[in-house]
Write a protein that binds this ligand. Structure first.
Ligand code: ARG
Length: 263
């Protein structure tokens, strides 16, 4: 099924600050390679038949490439992001302005939330992460705005600071996740809601393999997540590996670069 995505070219990408354990400002980043890898991701979506819109990158916002954090868009309603760290604060209004200009109904958030990084639509439910970035109160705000049941999930491992680094939605009622990234109670919630979920290995999660984008059939995921790719193939999905090694240095993968626009 064809999807519509919003992406932001990593023209000004850098690792200038560290707001997650993946980021090391003293390590070199190849900015040209980052753009080439990102371009390949964009073109991969287009080859799969999806529509990709682009938002203009803004100088001084090196993490703006991570479009998933820009908002959450469901039923044509855009729930704006309000970032936890000041370094990324200006991204929220930039994304919300773009969405408003492109026909989505904008809603400026009262509560701290980092968009689809922590808020994922999974069939009848909205799964929402908290613990590192998105505030628990934002889950109630999202539920009220979207009129869909929001399920709170507690993240416990700082390497998996956003929900989309620990869990991916594969189809309406199918997800894959890393149980260890969640609190005991949240693991039980996930097991109850998704008894047939695919459980990822620690190795695949450690290369952000779960930061994947599924259209229900093809699953775009980091090349390094070889075990997960074969698990997915075993379930009838078609893995589409992409190498985003430069963006991984900022703690991001394919899903982080991709905001789904649901009208
Ligand atoms: N450096 C960014 C940050 O820490 C990476 C964001 C990754 N995005 C995501 N959806 N997980 O905020």
């Amino acid at each position: 099924m064809s999807r519509r995505y919003l992406m932001c070219r990593p023209t000004f990408f850098a690792v200038d600050y560290a707001i997650n354990p993946w980021m090391d400002p003293s390590a070199p980043v190849d900015a040209d390679l980052a753009v080439a890898q990102w371009t390949h991701l964009r073109d991969t979506y287009r080859e799969l038949g999806h529509t990709v819109d682009e938002i203009e990158p803004i100088p001084g916002l090196p993490d703006m490439v991570f479009a998933a954090n820009g908002a959450t868009v469901v039923d044509g309603i855009a729930y704006g992001a309000q970032f936890a760290f000041p370094e990324r604060a200006a991204e929220g209004p930039a994304y919300l302005d773009w969405l408003a200009a492109h026909g989505f109904t904008p809603h400026a958030a009262k509560e701290i939330n980092e968009g689809e990084g922590d808020i994922l639509l999974a069939g009848r439910f909205v799964l929402a992460g908290t613990g590192f970035r998105t505030a628990h109160d934002a889950h109630a705000e999202a539920q009220e705005l979207f009129g869909r049941p929001v399920v709170t999930l507690q993240l416990v491992d700082p390497r998996f600071y956003h929900l989309d680094t620990a869990l991916t939605v594969l189809a309406e009622n199918q997800i894959a996740y890393l149980p260890e990234a969640f609190s005991e109670g949240s693991r039980r919630v996930l097991a109850r809601l998704f008894p047939d979920a695919l459980l990822a290995s620690a190795e695949d999660a450690a290369v952000l393999g779960l930061n994947a984008v599924s259209d229900g059939r093809h699953v775009v995921l980091p090349t390094q997540a070889v075990g997960l790719a074969s698990q997915l193939a075993g379930r009838g999905f078609q893995p589409v590996p992409v190498d985003l090694s430069e963006l991984l240095k900022a703690g991001g993968g394919p899903k982080c670069c991709t905001l789904e626009l649901r009208s």
